[in-house]
Design a protein. Structure first.
Length: 128
């Protein structure tokens, strides 16, 4: 409601939101993108299908450990790295999709399914 304490003075920044925002929705979103990449065909993904999920888990485990131990800067850097890696995966998949589309080497339903999965991965990535 108000950022004032009972004494009428503004609260120090440490008291306002000392706990912070919940991090579990972002973790679920990152894991969801990794799971989506398991469904995208090999020709439209960068590397093997499990790579994005493995990379996400490899970054989320130390991120949560750093957060729980109070290492805010390290947690911030790891969270940026996770989002950056997901963004690169989505961009790479979109580029591969466009290349395959121009070459005409993909069946229409496969192309539509992979395009929809890449689109959902893009939306989820940028919602984090």
């Amino acid at each position: 409601m108000s950022e004032r304490s009972s004494g009428g003075q503004a609260s120090p920044p440490e008291e306002i939101g000392a706990i912070g925002v919940p991090r579990w929705p972002a973790t679920v979103a990152i894991l969801l993108v990794g799971l989506l990449y398991l469904s995208i065909s090999d020709c439209h993904s960068v590397g093997p299908p499990w790579l994005v999920l493995a990379g996400a888990v490899a970054l989320l485990v130390p991120l949560w450990a750093a957060r729980l131990r109070g290492h805010r800067l390290l947690a911030h850097v790891l969270s940026r790295a996770a989002i950056g890696a997901l963004t690169l995966a989505v961009v790479g998949s979109a580029l591969l999709l466009l290349v395959r589309l121009n070459q005409g080497k993909t069946q229409a339903l496969d192309l539509l399914r992979d395009a929809a999965l890449i689109w959902v991965a893009n939306i989820v990535t940028f919602s984090v």
